[in-house]
Design a protein around this ligand. Structure first.
Ligand SMILES: [Mn+2]
Length: 395
């Protein structure tokens, strides 16, 4: 069985609340169609985060629909299985599921319970003579038992001993989280609000675990669970080649053959300069070495202080000289404090938090985040704003 695995499309994303990305996603779908024509997979599976938001615009929904129909026309025999991720609205993803089934396309948004039991049929798809697919969408923590329940049911039905593909949209502990903000709580990794599961919480008689949620592509330690990663770069942290994954499964129990197929971006994410430099030097870089390929630009500045108010305008003016460069933001890196210990993040509970003065909270946030003291002008401005809000509240 040959499976084309992708996830984390995030269609409808507007970068920095400003740049529409449909054209770039179209470029991805054009390549996906060519891959399908060339590779003729037995199924295309999409492991969650179809849309960027749980309320995608009508144009975005139409965009996805049109592109899926194009795939259906290309390969009418190939089932298309799409699950909801944590970014998707599970009910929206399923809203037209009945219509889509007519064209061999399966939308699975959420687990459903009937008479105290999960409805299993909506998650189990047989590709006759080839294999089985367990379509598990993003689940709240308390439904994580569904993975094992579905696998058990497939074990029961899989009398021909065909390969089994499990889908999931979750955090697996100890994965590489470079493209994300990851935290650890009580020994568990948390990414994008999803608590991690361990691979050994799940029965391991599947042949391939097609994961979504973590955007950094990687095959996990057991050699058969894989995050295929996002096919379109979504932010400046995702500095790696983007791809979709082709998986070949010979027999149930054999190791999968995994191949990443690179997706060429329409626009690049430029960080200028490549490593943070003081403001003047950074602006010099923009002056003298603008990138030639169109794309998004983040300016990398090394500074202990807040930057002058006209910084952004100066950057924009320099970038306007380039061809198709889209300014996103600047990133400030603080020089290492000379021998000083970094300021510690304060710890207090909600009651203590409520009792605190807003000014103190803001000041503490500022100093621990930026690792520097607030200057007097900023303090005065903050006091004035707090005063104004208080006066408004008493009116
Ligand atoms: Mn995602």
């Amino acid at each position: 069985m040959k499976i084309l695995h992708t996830s984390d499309w995030h269609i409808g994303q507007t970068l920095n609340f400003h740049y529409d990305r449909h054209e770039e996603h179209q470029h991805f779908f054009d390549q996906l169609c060519r891959i399908i024509e060339r590779e003729r997979p037995d199924a295309l599976i999409v492991s969650g985060d179809l849309y960027d938001r749980n309320t995608p615009g009508n144009n975005t929904m139409r965009f996805l629909g049109d592109n899926l129909l194009r795939i259906c026309d290309l390969a009418p025999e190939m089932p298309l299985i799409l699950t909801a991720g944590n970014h998707d609205s599970s009910s929206r993803v399923e809203s037209m599921a009945g219509v889509w089934r007519r064209v061999n396309t399966w939308f699975v948004g959420a687990a459903e319970i009937l008479d105290d039991h999960y409805v299993l049929d909506k998650h189990i798809l047989e590709i006759p003579g080839k294999g089985w697919i367990a379509a598990i969408p993003y689940l709240p923590d308390y439904q994580n038992d569904l993975y094992n329940i579905v696998l058990e049911e497939i074990r029961r039905r899989n009398t021909e001993n065909l390969p089994v593909v499990l889908m999931g949209h979750t955090t697996i502990g100890n994965a590489v989280f470079t493209a994300h903000e990851a935290t650890t709580f009580n020994g568990r990794d948390i990414v994008g609000g999803i608590n991690s599961m361990n691979l050994n919480d799940i029965a391991d008689d599947y042949d391939y675990f097609a994961l979504g949620h973590i955007h950094t592509p990687q095959t996990l330690a057991n050699g058969k669970a894989r995050y295929c990663g996002s096919p379109v770069q979504l932010n400046f942290k995702e500095q790696f080649p983007h791809s979709v994954t082709m998986v070949t499964l010979e027999r149930h129990g054999d190791a999968p053959v995994i191949e990443a197929l690179e997706i060429e971006p329409l626009l690049r994410f430029h960080q200028i300069p490549a490593t943070a430099k003081p403001l003047d030097e950074a602006l010099d870089c923009l002056e003298t070495q603008l990138p030639e390929t169109p794309g998004y630009v983040q300016v990398n500045i090394l500074s202990a202080e807040r930057l002058p108010a006209d910084t952004e305008n100066r950057i924009r003016a320099l970038l306007d000289r380039g061809n198709g460069l889209r300014y996103c933001d600047y990133k400030i890196t603080r020089p290492a404090a000379n021998g000083k210990e970094p300021l510690e993040r304060p710890d207090f509970n909600l009651t203590e938090f409520r009792a605190r003065d807003p000014f103190d909270i803001a000041e503490q946030y500022f100093t621990t985040t930026l690792q520097t003291e607030m200057d007097d002008t900023l303090k005065e401005m903050l006091h004035a704003v707090i005063q104004e809000v208080r006066e408004e509240e008493t009116l």
